[in-house]
Design a protein around this ligand. Structure first.
Ligand SMILES: [Zn+2]
Length: 80
C-alpha cells in the first residue's frame, strides 16, 4: 500500500495571531492530534482550526471573543 509522502504543515496557534492564547492553545492541541495521526486524514492545513470550530473549543464557542484588535492598545478604561 503506497504511502503518500505529502507532509502537510498544519496551521497552529501561532498562525492565528489575532486569537487569544486560550484559542491558540486549543488549535495547538488539535494540530498535535493531527500530527500524531489521531484524527482523520486531511490535506487541509487549516483542519485543526476547523475542528476547534466544530467542537466549539474557542473561548466563545464557535469563535474567539477575545480577539486581539488592531494595534491600538486602548486601555483607557480603568477597573477599580
Ligand atoms: Zn479566544
Amino acid at each position: 500500500m503506497p504511502k503518500s509522502e505529502a507532509t502537510i504543515t498544519f496551521l497552529t496557534g501561532k498562525d492565528y495571531p489575532r486569537l487569544c492564547s486560550f484559542c491558540r492553545r486549543a488549535i495547538d492541541d488539535i494540530a498535535m492530534l493531527f500530527k500524531d495521526g489521531l484524527m482523520a486524514d486531511t490535506d487541509d492545513p487549516e483542519a485543526p482550526c476547523m475542528v476547534v470550530y466544530d467542537r466549539r473549543m474557542y473561548c466563545g464557542g464557535h469563535e474567539c471573543i477575545n480577539k486581539a484588535g488592531d494595534a491600538n492598545s486602548d486601555a483607557s478604561e480603568k477597573q477599580t
